[in-house]
Ligand binder design. Structure first.
Ligand code: ZN
Length: 80
């Protein structure tokens, strides 16, 4: 696996993940993780994981913003 850097995005408790999704800025591949253990990656080493439970993203080197365009979709839910 090429990805050397990883981060988990903060998702507020009042938000539900509808689409855990991003686009690799280098090759243009859209990566969508559809379930918790659905690990999707492109040849560059950008990846997404976590499905609807959490958002984990990886990239090979340097800054996240240089590699990844976030395309996540959230839904507001009632706080309990
Ligand atoms: Zn790529």
């Amino acid at each position: 696996m090429l990805a050397k850097r990883m981060r988990e995005s903060f998702v507020a408790e009042t938000k539900r993940i509808i689409h855990n999704r991003c686009r690799c800025k280098k090759c243009g591949t859209v990566l969508e993780s559809k379930s918790q253990h659905d690990f999707v990656s492109c040849p560059c080493g950008v990846f997404r994981d976590g499905g609807h439970d959490y958002i984990r993203g990886g990239w090979p080197t340097g800054n996240y913003e240089d590699w990844v365009e976030d395309l996540d979709v959230f839904e507001e839910v009632e706080s309990r």
